[in-house]
Ligand binder design. Structure first.
Ligand code: AHR
Length: 306
């Protein structure tokens, strides 16, 4: 069968129960597990059938997972694209097969595919703003510390691109600070630990670490402790997410501040799908509000962390 070409987004019929795909990127950290649980819980609550796949950290596998959802004839697809370019062809293939795609948590490169045209919308955080907020906190609270190691997220992912831009842009306006090294730790604790270890050896003068997520910050804490340094004292650490272990590290004085990033997409994702089926106008970006944690509130807020 030749694919049906849609000039615009495919419609979604109004039904009580849908068969919906959710193609997760990986399941190697509490943020991902909380996101999956939120999607599964909401689908179960509403009585929808959820076709769940886990790409185990491979964009190629995630693309083939989406292709198999298209072949199974799901009604709609929720996708957090692991990287911002390799998933575009399958998003367009789903659109051409008449299946609306909702991007959650990560976006794609808008020069290749556009919300409102190729996929319904992007539901997620403003990652540039997250980088801005954490950099502004560093500028105010560094107390003379100034040499920064940046642990980047997955190369080519929208949160890694934008958290870097948001942070680096603010830091560039303050000449007393310098980013001495910036490298990917793939959003993973062990990779973050390994990269922090290597970069700390190459730059023993570094006294600030900015990690694009809590997992890598926790890896950096392990690297610092193994090197005989005291996290939070010798080196100021900041990160993004707000997972329990991260917020606990603020309480313990090891992390200075965390900009939150909620993984709890289920209610918003399914409500947006229902609105779309009802013919409501869906904005191209549905923004999640991010929390912020530091020494002033971490103890009070830890019970709400995931
Ligand atoms: O896309 C959001 C990021 O991906 C989270 O910050 C991170 O922990 C996750 O793996």
């Amino acid at each position: 069968l030749a694919p049906r070409a849609f000039a615009a987004l495919p419609p979604l019929a109004k039904k009580d129960k849908y068969k919906v795909g959710f193609a997760q990127t990986e399941s190697n950290n509490p943020w991902r597990l909380a996101e999956t649980k939120s999607m599964q819980d909401e689908a179960a609550k509403l009585g929808h059938q959820l076709v769940y796949t886990d790409a185990a950290g491979s964009s190629a596998k995630q693309a083939s997972d989406v292709n198999s959802m298209i072949a199974q004839g799901v009604d709609a697809i929720f996708l957090p694209p692991r990287e911002d370019k390799p998933l575009v062809p399958v998003i367009l293939a789903a659109r051409d097969a008449g299946i609306p795609v909702f991007l959650i948590d990560r976006d794609v490169d808008h020069t290749m595919a556009k919300p409102g045209q190729d996929y319904v919308t992007f539901i997620g955080s403003d990652f540039i703003n997250e980088g801005n907020r954490i950099a502004e906190w560093v500028v105010k609270n560094a107390n003379g510390k100034s040499k920064i190691i940046e642990l980047e997220g997955t190369t080519g992912s929208s949160p890694a691109n934008d958290r870097k831009k948001g942070f680096d842009d603010i830091i560039a306006k303050h000449s007393e600070f310098k980013i001495v090294a910036s490298q990917s730790g793939d959003f993973a604790r062990d990779k973050g630990r390994q990269v922090a270890e290597t970069l700390l050896q190459a730059h023993p003068e570094a006294d600030i670490i900015y990690a694009h997520n809590d997992e890598m910050a926790l890896g950096a804490i392990a690297a610092l402790e193994a090197a005989g340094k005291t996290p939070g004292k010798d080196v100021l650490i900041v990160s993004i997410d707000g997972e329990k272990d991260g917020v606990q590290a603020i309480v313990d004085g090891k992390i200075g501040a965390i900009c939150g990033c909620s993984p709890l997409f289920g209610p918003k994702a399914f409500a947006t799908m229902a609105d779309y089926a009802a013919g409501k106008q869906i904005p191209p970006f549905i923004k999640n509000d991010d929390d912020f944690y530091d020494g002033t509130n971490a103890k009070d807020k830890i019970s709400t962390a995931f």
